[in-house]
Design a protein around this ligand. Structure first.
Ligand SMILES: NC(=O)c1ccc[n+]([C@@H]2O[C@H](COP(=O)([O-])OP(=O)(O)OC[C@H]3O[C@@H](n4cnc5c(N)ncnc54)[C@H](O)[C@@H]3O)[C@@H](O)[C@H]2O)c1
Ligand SMILES: O=C(O)CC[C@@H](O)C(=O)O
Length: 389
């Protein structure tokens, strides 16, 4: 029986994906965490923890160094909530262009008897503009950004994208009418609206700061539905005072953004639709089951892709540092135990490498001896022995 610990509100439909071989929240030695936005940076990782699946995109709440040292695989659920964010950004574009917040506020607070006459006079204050023909800059063209860019094109907008790290797969999803900018400043130079869809990392902290904002035209409207910290709040507030930014919309509240007329803050609801939460939880549960039962890895954050059909009787999976001579040391231990390797695969990504070795014959003594011997190799973070059922 595998033990799962959940954090945050996880969609029950997703949790129902787990088979009878999985128990939820019953053990303090869990094999897996299924999480959303819980911050694990000051969290003590149990040694039992083999995998963390984040239902959602952002993994800045997971300390990857700790996960690597613990030999814990980290996954997210790419694209599971991208449509939810896209639809919200489209709504914000309309809200921003038609002064909807101020207009609704007017109607909520002007309820006098002569309101219908006054409305006809006052409504000119809320005149908007149309999105047709306006320019949207999309920073980050992954799962969310590509959907936003394509949808904005279908509204008749000019769309300029900026993503220097765009994967070949992601590029296939972007309509050819989306213009490519080679620098962030070029991307935003003529934008009426700028929307940011990049992960939070050391490289993207304050990605939109004073120099980038200065490169934007006057009266630009800025959306940050990525993460707090990617946009420099102080620079935004200064640009609002200067009249460069007309309005800032963000999903990430901070005290300095409170009570600012030209700032609208939503409570981190970009991915909060019923559909997205079910998608994320279901995808996360499936990822956990595949990893625990087969060791196969597709699209992990900290491990390379490695998928080997599990046809042999036994499988060793070994997470280790990406340093020379690891495969040699590992296969020597198997040879010392007199074992014949049926299949072996190895791949590396960043600081970690991953090795899968299948064997057909393994008695109890050898399995214990080998697991201990492999674990003792310096630079090995975790060894698992899986039995084919
Ligand atoms: N508000 C919410 O509820 C919500 C929901 C989903 C995602 N998000 C946030 O949005 C981010 C993006 O989500 P996604 O699903 O599109 O992720 P993704 O990984 O599919 O796409 C991110 C893209 O950003 C690009 N990128 C990285 N650094 C960049 C840089 N310096 N400049 C330009 N592009 C850069 C990458 O190449 C990639 O194509 C997530 O990491 C998460 O933080 C927030
Ligand atoms: O879990 C959530 O509600 C937010 C998820 C979102 O920020 C993400 O990064 O996917």
């Amino acid at each position: 029986m595998y033990q799962i610990k959940t954090f945050n509100a996880i969609a029950p439909a997703g949790l129902n994906t787990f088979t009878n071989n999985y128990q939820l929240n019953q053990s303090d030695q869990p094999d897996a965490y299924l999480i959303r936005s819980v911050d694990l940076h000051d969290h003590q990782f149990p040694t039992s923890l083999k995998v963390i699946a984040r239902a959602g995109a952002g993994v800045n709440n997971i300390p990857l160094d700790t996960a690597n040292a613990n030999g814990t695989a980290v996954f997210n659920t790419p694209g599971s909530n991208a449509n939810a964010v896209k639809e919200l950004v489209l709504a914000l574009l309309v809200i921003a262009s038609r002064n909807l917040m101020a207009a609704a506020d007017y109607s909520a607070t002007h309820t006098e008897a002569d309101v219908s006459q006054r409305t006809e006079h006052d409504k000119t204050k809320f005149n908007g503009t149309e999105l047709l023909g306006k320019t949207l800059a999309v920073v980050g063209l992954g799962h969310v950004g590509s959907l936003v860019a394509n949808a904005a094109l279908s509204l008749g907008m000019n769309v300029i994208g900026y993503d220097p790290y765009l994967s070949a797969d992601a590029a296939w999803n972007i309509a050819k009418q989306v213009q490519r900018a080679t620098t962030l400043k070029m991307a935003v130079k003529n934008a009426d609206y700028v929307t940011v869809h990049v992960p939070k990392s050391e490289d993207t902290l304050n990605l939109i700061g004073a120099p980038e904002i200065t490169a934007m035209p006057k009266d630009v409207q800025l959306f940050n539905y990525s993460r707090g910290g990617i946009v420099d709040n102080a620079a935004v507030l200064a640009a609002i005072d200067d009249g460069r930014i007309a309005h800032y919309y963000t999903d990430f509240g901070e005290p300095q953004l409170a009570d600012q007329a030209a700032v609208t803050v939503t409570p981190h609801i970009g991915g909060s639709t019923i559909e997205a939460e079910v998608n994320g939880a279901t995808q996360a549960a499936q990822t956990i089951m595949t990893y625990l039962e087969t060791g196969n890895v597709t699209a992990a954050i900290n491990l390379p892709n490695l998928t080997v059909p599990f046809n042999a009787a036994y499988r060793f999976t070994i997470i280790h540092e990406n340093v020379p001579n690891m495969v040699g040391q590992i296969t020597t231990k198997l040879a010392d135990a007199g074992l014949n390797i049926a299949t072996m695969a190895n791949a590396a990504k960043g600081h970690l490498a991953y090795t899968i070795i299948d064997v057909d014959d393994l008695d109890h003594d050898s399995s214990q001896y080998l697991t201990d011997a492999l674990n003792k190799i310096p630079a090995v973070a975790r060894v698992r022995l899986l039995i084919h059922h």
